[in-house]
Design a protein around this ligand. Structure first.
Ligand code: 6PG
Length: 239
């Protein structure tokens, strides 16, 4: 596993670079295999990148060959303001010409979190005809070094599961009940990009990239894939 770190002067330049990497990777995978299976990140960091993709690259990609999955989801209805799916739809998926059937949200209504995780695992195994191997995974990172909904000291980290998706309870970042791709699934990807912006993330970034602390975002190390940390200057200020 090769790890690269790229640092950008501003959050805007970071988002531009992330959007360009998204398009470059999708074009390559579509040319090589006919499709690109991408995991989008939750939270607020990806919004700027999504808006650039929607604004500048709407016509630059064969969106019908892009398949979108969700790195983690809050266990709320799809129209709830905390929903990562809703954020992705509003900032990107309702704007670019991607077919509805190419988008794979978690089911978060009329089902238990455990059942929702099992259902997503089965959907992934059906799509990939076996273990999921994503072409491209975008992740964010919290100030405690969590990524997706993989939190420090939580069972999803201390006892890594073979299931592709897992339910998370009592998460320290509200809302407390979540669904997440497992660490093993993230580490099976061909390419992972961890997008980190802002001075609030500088300490966790240093703890991982400089001190090599095994925080969850630091445990994302694709076995046969490429890993790139895309940072703005503020997030990289303690490196
Ligand atoms: C979530 C995210 C989470 C996020 C980090 C960073 O559902 O909350 O997936 O892992 O990526 O907490 O969040 P921000 O981008 O909002 O700082």
């Amino acid at each position: 596993m090769a790890r690269a770190t790229e640092i950008f002067e501003t959050p805007e330049l970071l988002a531009e670079a992330a959007a360009a990497r998204f398009v470059e990777c999708c074009k390559t995978r579509i040319a090589d295999t006919g499709r690109c299976a991408v995991v989008l990140a939750g939270g607020s960091s990806p919004r700027a990148m999504h808006e650039i993709l929607a604004e500048k690259y709407e016509g630059a990609l064969e969106w019908s060959k892009v398949f979108v999955f969700i790195g983690d989801e809050r266990f709320v209805p799809p129209d709830h303001p905390d929903s990562n799916y809703l954020m992705m739809v509003e900032t990107l998926l309702s704007i670019v010409p991607i077919p509805e059937e190419n988008i794979y949200p978690y089911l978060t209504e009329g089902i238990t979190p455990e059942e929702a995780a099992s259902l997503y695992t089965r959907e992934l195994e059906t799509f990939f005809k076996g273990e999921p191997v994503f072409d491209l995974v975008f992740l964010g990172m919290g100030e405690d070094g969590h990524t997706a909904s993989l939190f420090p000291g939580f069972p999803q980290i201390t006892e890594p599961s073979d299931d592709a998706a897992q339910a998370v309870f009592d998460a320290p970042k509200p809302p407390p009940t979540r669904l997440t791709l497992s660490l093993k699934t993230l580490n099976r990807a061909r390419e992972v990009i961890i997008l980190v912006s802002g001075s609030g993330k500088a300490e966790a970034t240093r703890r991982i990239l400089k001190d090599n602390e095994p925080l969850p975002a630091g445990k994302v190390m694709p076995v046969d894939g490429r890993l790139t940390w895309l940072l703005d200057k503020a997030a990289a200020s303690q490196l």
